[in-house]
Design a protein. Structure first.
Length: 281
Protein backbone atom coordinates (compact mmCIF):
# COMPACT_ATOMS: atom_id res chain seq x y z
CA UNK A 1 0.00 0.00 0.00
CA UNK A 2 1.41 3.37 -1.03
CA UNK A 3 -1.27 5.70 0.32
CA UNK A 4 0.37 6.50 3.66
CA UNK A 5 1.99 9.94 3.98
CA UNK A 6 3.75 10.72 7.23
CA UNK A 7 3.38 14.46 6.60
CA UNK A 8 -0.17 14.21 8.00
CA UNK A 9 1.27 13.23 11.39
CA UNK A 10 4.60 15.10 11.44
CA UNK A 11 5.60 16.36 14.86
CA UNK A 12 2.84 14.60 16.78
CA UNK A 13 3.29 12.87 20.16
CA UNK A 14 4.49 9.68 18.44
CA UNK A 15 7.22 11.57 16.58
CA UNK A 16 8.36 13.18 19.82
CA UNK A 17 8.86 9.79 21.47
CA UNK A 18 10.40 8.18 18.39
CA UNK A 19 12.89 10.91 17.57
CA UNK A 20 13.87 11.57 21.17
CA UNK A 21 14.75 7.88 21.59
CA UNK A 22 16.50 7.80 18.21
CA UNK A 23 18.69 10.73 19.21
CA UNK A 24 19.69 9.08 22.49
CA UNK A 25 20.64 5.84 20.72
CA UNK A 26 22.80 7.66 18.18
CA UNK A 27 24.54 9.73 20.83
CA UNK A 28 25.40 6.55 22.67
CA UNK A 29 26.98 5.07 19.53
CA UNK A 30 29.02 8.26 19.16
CA UNK A 31 30.80 7.56 22.43
CA UNK A 32 33.17 5.21 20.60
CA UNK A 33 35.40 6.32 17.73
CA UNK A 34 34.61 3.29 15.57
CA UNK A 35 32.19 4.09 12.70
CA UNK A 36 28.65 2.82 12.48
CA UNK A 37 25.66 2.78 10.14
CA UNK A 38 22.21 4.18 10.79
CA UNK A 39 19.68 2.20 8.74
CA UNK A 40 16.16 3.59 8.37
CA UNK A 41 13.73 1.15 6.74
CA UNK A 42 10.84 3.63 6.32
CA UNK A 43 12.58 6.97 5.99
CA UNK A 44 9.73 9.15 4.69
CA UNK A 45 10.56 12.54 3.21
CA UNK A 46 13.19 13.54 5.77
CA UNK A 47 11.78 17.03 6.46
CA UNK A 48 8.19 18.23 6.77
CA UNK A 49 6.52 21.61 6.41
CA UNK A 50 4.10 22.28 9.25
CA UNK A 51 2.62 25.54 7.91
CA UNK A 52 1.35 24.15 4.61
CA UNK A 53 0.31 20.97 2.83
CA UNK A 54 -0.67 17.76 4.62
CA UNK A 55 0.44 18.76 8.12
CA UNK A 56 -2.06 21.63 8.26
CA UNK A 57 -5.07 19.34 7.80
CA UNK A 58 -5.09 17.88 11.32
CA UNK A 59 -2.26 19.95 12.84
CA UNK A 60 -1.20 17.00 14.98
CA UNK A 61 2.06 18.76 15.81
CA UNK A 62 0.11 21.19 18.00
CA UNK A 63 -0.43 18.44 20.57
CA UNK A 64 3.12 17.14 20.09
CA UNK A 65 6.32 19.10 19.47
CA UNK A 66 4.54 22.47 19.74
CA UNK A 67 3.89 21.83 23.44
CA UNK A 68 7.64 21.54 24.08
CA UNK A 69 9.07 24.35 21.96
CA UNK A 70 8.74 27.20 24.46
CA UNK A 71 9.18 25.32 27.71
CA UNK A 72 12.14 26.14 29.95
CA UNK A 73 11.81 23.12 32.27
CA UNK A 74 12.77 20.36 29.81
CA UNK A 75 14.79 17.42 31.18
CA UNK A 76 18.34 17.67 29.83
CA UNK A 77 18.06 14.71 27.46
CA UNK A 78 14.76 15.93 26.03
CA UNK A 79 16.16 19.46 25.67
CA UNK A 80 18.76 18.18 23.19
CA UNK A 81 16.01 16.85 20.91
CA UNK A 82 13.98 20.06 21.16
CA UNK A 83 17.13 22.06 20.39
CA UNK A 84 17.42 20.23 17.04
CA UNK A 85 13.89 21.25 16.13
CA UNK A 86 14.50 24.83 17.26
CA UNK A 87 17.58 24.90 15.05
CA UNK A 88 15.33 24.29 12.03
CA UNK A 89 13.08 27.16 13.13
CA UNK A 90 15.51 29.95 14.09
CA UNK A 91 12.87 32.68 14.12
CA UNK A 92 10.98 30.82 16.85
CA UNK A 93 7.95 30.06 14.68
CA UNK A 94 7.36 26.34 14.21
CA UNK A 95 7.29 25.77 10.44
CA UNK A 96 9.53 22.75 9.80
CA UNK A 97 9.80 19.40 11.54
CA UNK A 98 12.67 16.92 11.05
CA UNK A 99 12.04 13.30 10.23
CA UNK A 100 14.29 10.52 11.49
CA UNK A 101 16.84 10.82 8.62
CA UNK A 102 17.40 14.52 9.32
CA UNK A 103 17.73 13.89 13.07
CA UNK A 104 20.37 11.26 12.28
CA UNK A 105 22.32 13.57 9.98
CA UNK A 106 22.76 16.10 12.78
CA UNK A 107 24.42 13.47 14.94
CA UNK A 108 26.37 11.26 12.53
CA UNK A 109 30.08 11.91 12.23
CA UNK A 110 32.19 11.91 9.06
CA UNK A 111 33.08 8.23 9.46
CA UNK A 112 29.43 7.13 9.86
CA UNK A 113 26.90 6.31 7.13
CA UNK A 114 23.15 6.73 6.71
CA UNK A 115 21.24 4.11 4.70
CA UNK A 116 17.66 5.11 3.86
CA UNK A 117 14.76 3.20 2.30
CA UNK A 118 11.49 4.77 1.18
CA UNK A 119 9.05 2.95 -1.09
CA UNK A 120 6.51 5.74 -1.68
CA UNK A 121 7.56 7.36 -5.00
CA UNK A 122 6.68 10.93 -4.01
CA UNK A 123 8.31 10.80 -0.59
CA UNK A 124 11.34 9.03 -2.03
CA UNK A 125 11.78 11.84 -4.56
CA UNK A 126 11.53 14.50 -1.85
CA UNK A 127 13.94 12.51 0.33
CA UNK A 128 16.52 12.55 -2.48
CA UNK A 129 16.04 16.31 -2.83
CA UNK A 130 16.41 16.96 0.90
CA UNK A 131 19.69 15.02 1.02
CA UNK A 132 21.08 16.02 -2.38
CA UNK A 133 24.09 17.73 -0.82
CA UNK A 134 24.81 15.06 1.79
CA UNK A 135 27.46 13.26 -0.26
CA UNK A 136 28.47 9.62 -0.12
CA UNK A 137 27.67 9.20 3.55
CA UNK A 138 23.98 8.94 2.64
CA UNK A 139 22.56 6.28 0.34
CA UNK A 140 18.87 6.27 -0.56
CA UNK A 141 16.93 3.46 -2.19
CA UNK A 142 13.34 3.68 -3.43
CA UNK A 143 12.49 0.16 -2.38
CA UNK A 144 10.89 -1.90 0.37
CA UNK A 145 12.83 -1.38 3.58
CA UNK A 146 12.13 -4.83 4.98
CA UNK A 147 13.80 -6.46 1.99
CA UNK A 148 16.49 -3.80 1.77
CA UNK A 149 17.58 -4.34 5.35
CA UNK A 150 18.36 -8.00 4.73
CA UNK A 151 20.90 -7.07 2.05
CA UNK A 152 22.77 -4.72 4.40
CA UNK A 153 23.31 -7.07 7.33
CA UNK A 154 25.80 -7.52 8.76
CA UNK A 155 27.06 -3.97 8.15
CA UNK A 156 30.69 -3.48 7.21
CA UNK A 157 31.65 -1.61 10.42
CA UNK A 158 29.87 -4.23 12.60
CA UNK A 159 28.08 -1.40 14.45
CA UNK A 160 24.62 -0.14 13.54
CA UNK A 161 21.34 1.30 14.67
CA UNK A 162 18.35 0.03 12.68
CA UNK A 163 15.13 2.03 12.89
CA UNK A 164 11.96 0.25 11.77
CA UNK A 165 8.75 2.29 11.73
CA UNK A 166 6.26 1.17 9.09
CA UNK A 167 2.81 2.80 9.01
CA UNK A 168 1.01 -0.40 10.11
CA UNK A 169 -1.84 0.44 7.76
CA UNK A 170 -1.69 -3.14 6.57
CA UNK A 171 -2.06 -5.97 9.10
CA UNK A 172 0.89 -7.72 7.48
CA UNK A 173 3.25 -5.17 9.01
CA UNK A 174 2.57 -6.65 12.44
CA UNK A 175 3.94 -9.96 11.16
CA UNK A 176 6.65 -8.54 8.89
CA UNK A 177 8.37 -6.62 11.68
CA UNK A 178 9.05 -9.60 14.01
CA UNK A 179 9.93 -11.81 11.04
CA UNK A 180 12.38 -9.20 9.76
CA UNK A 181 13.92 -8.81 13.20
CA UNK A 182 14.29 -12.54 13.69
CA UNK A 183 16.21 -12.78 10.44
CA UNK A 184 18.23 -9.64 11.25
CA UNK A 185 19.34 -11.03 14.61
CA UNK A 186 20.66 -14.13 12.86
CA UNK A 187 22.70 -11.98 10.49
CA UNK A 188 23.74 -9.33 13.01
CA UNK A 189 22.94 -10.27 16.59
CA UNK A 190 24.80 -7.38 18.24
CA UNK A 191 23.00 -4.58 16.38
CA UNK A 192 20.64 -2.16 18.10
CA UNK A 193 17.14 -2.35 16.63
CA UNK A 194 14.54 0.32 17.44
CA UNK A 195 10.94 -0.39 16.47
CA UNK A 196 8.17 2.20 16.60
CA UNK A 197 4.59 0.96 16.95
CA UNK A 198 1.15 2.58 17.40
CA UNK A 199 -1.22 2.02 20.31
CA UNK A 200 -4.58 1.18 18.75
CA UNK A 201 -7.70 -0.66 19.82
CA UNK A 202 -7.10 -3.54 17.47
CA UNK A 203 -5.91 -7.03 18.27
CA UNK A 204 -2.67 -6.81 16.27
CA UNK A 205 -1.56 -3.63 18.02
CA UNK A 206 -2.47 -4.75 21.53
CA UNK A 207 -0.36 -7.92 21.27
CA UNK A 208 2.48 -6.54 19.16
CA UNK A 209 4.97 -5.76 21.96
CA UNK A 210 4.49 -9.25 23.38
CA UNK A 211 5.50 -10.77 20.03
CA UNK A 212 8.71 -8.71 20.07
CA UNK A 213 9.57 -9.89 23.58
CA UNK A 214 9.82 -13.44 22.26
CA UNK A 215 12.59 -12.59 19.80
CA UNK A 216 16.01 -14.13 20.53
CA UNK A 217 17.73 -10.89 21.53
CA UNK A 218 20.13 -10.59 24.43
CA UNK A 219 18.11 -7.77 25.95
CA UNK A 220 15.17 -5.50 25.20
CA UNK A 221 13.48 -2.34 26.43
CA UNK A 222 9.88 -1.35 25.82
CA UNK A 223 8.54 2.16 26.40
CA UNK A 224 5.09 3.43 25.46
CA UNK A 225 3.28 6.71 25.93
CA UNK A 226 -0.51 6.93 26.09
CA UNK A 227 -1.74 10.51 25.62
CA UNK A 228 -5.49 10.03 25.93
CA UNK A 229 -8.17 7.56 26.94
CA UNK A 230 -8.99 5.23 24.02
CA UNK A 231 -12.10 6.43 22.22
CA UNK A 232 -15.42 4.71 22.81
CA UNK A 233 -15.83 3.95 19.10
CA UNK A 234 -12.49 2.14 18.99
CA UNK A 235 -10.94 4.38 16.36
CA UNK A 236 -7.80 6.50 16.49
CA UNK A 237 -4.30 6.18 17.90
CA UNK A 238 -4.17 6.92 21.64
CA UNK A 239 -0.43 6.55 21.98
CA UNK A 240 2.69 4.83 20.66
CA UNK A 241 5.72 2.90 21.74
CA UNK A 242 9.36 2.21 21.03
CA UNK A 243 10.69 -1.32 21.42
CA UNK A 244 14.49 -1.50 21.44
CA UNK A 245 16.46 -4.72 21.02
CA UNK A 246 19.99 -4.61 22.50
CA UNK A 247 19.44 -1.16 24.06
CA UNK A 248 22.30 0.81 25.61
CA UNK A 249 22.42 0.68 29.40
CA UNK A 250 21.89 4.44 29.58
CA UNK A 251 18.43 4.38 27.96
CA UNK A 252 16.46 3.12 30.96
CA UNK A 253 17.71 5.79 33.37
CA UNK A 254 17.09 8.52 30.79
CA UNK A 255 13.53 7.37 30.15
CA UNK A 256 12.81 7.20 33.89
CA UNK A 257 13.41 10.94 33.94
CA UNK A 258 11.79 11.90 30.64
CA UNK A 259 8.64 9.75 30.51
CA UNK A 260 6.85 11.25 33.53
CA UNK A 261 7.50 14.68 32.02
CA UNK A 262 6.20 13.72 28.58
CA UNK A 263 3.12 12.13 30.14
CA UNK A 264 2.35 15.36 31.98
CA UNK A 265 3.06 17.75 29.10
CA UNK A 266 1.69 15.73 26.17
CA UNK A 267 -1.16 14.08 28.05
CA UNK A 268 -4.61 15.15 26.87
CA UNK A 269 -6.82 13.70 29.61
CA UNK A 270 -6.74 11.51 32.72
CA UNK A 271 -5.94 8.48 30.57
CA UNK A 272 -2.39 9.74 29.95
CA UNK A 273 0.20 7.23 31.17
CA UNK A 274 3.42 5.48 30.26
CA UNK A 275 4.90 1.99 30.46
CA UNK A 276 8.62 1.34 30.86
CA UNK A 277 9.93 -2.20 31.07
CA UNK A 278 13.11 -4.06 30.19
CA UNK A 279 14.66 -7.50 30.18
CA UNK A 280 18.27 -8.66 30.25
CA UNK A 281 18.72 -12.17 28.89
Amino acid sequence: MLSYRHAFHAGNHADVLKHFVELHLLQYLNQKDKPYWMIDTHAGAGLYALDQGYAVKNAEYMSGIARLMQRDDLPAALAEYVALVRGLNPDGELKIYPGSPWVAMQVLRQQDQLRLFELHPTDSKVLHENFASAGRRVRIEATDGFAGLKALLPPAPRRALVLIDPPYEEKQDYQRVPATLKDALKRFETGTYAVWYPLLQRHESQHFAESLKRLPAKSWLNVSLTVNTPSADGFGMHGSGMFVLNPPWTLMSTLKTVMPYLTKVLGQDTGAAYILEAHEG
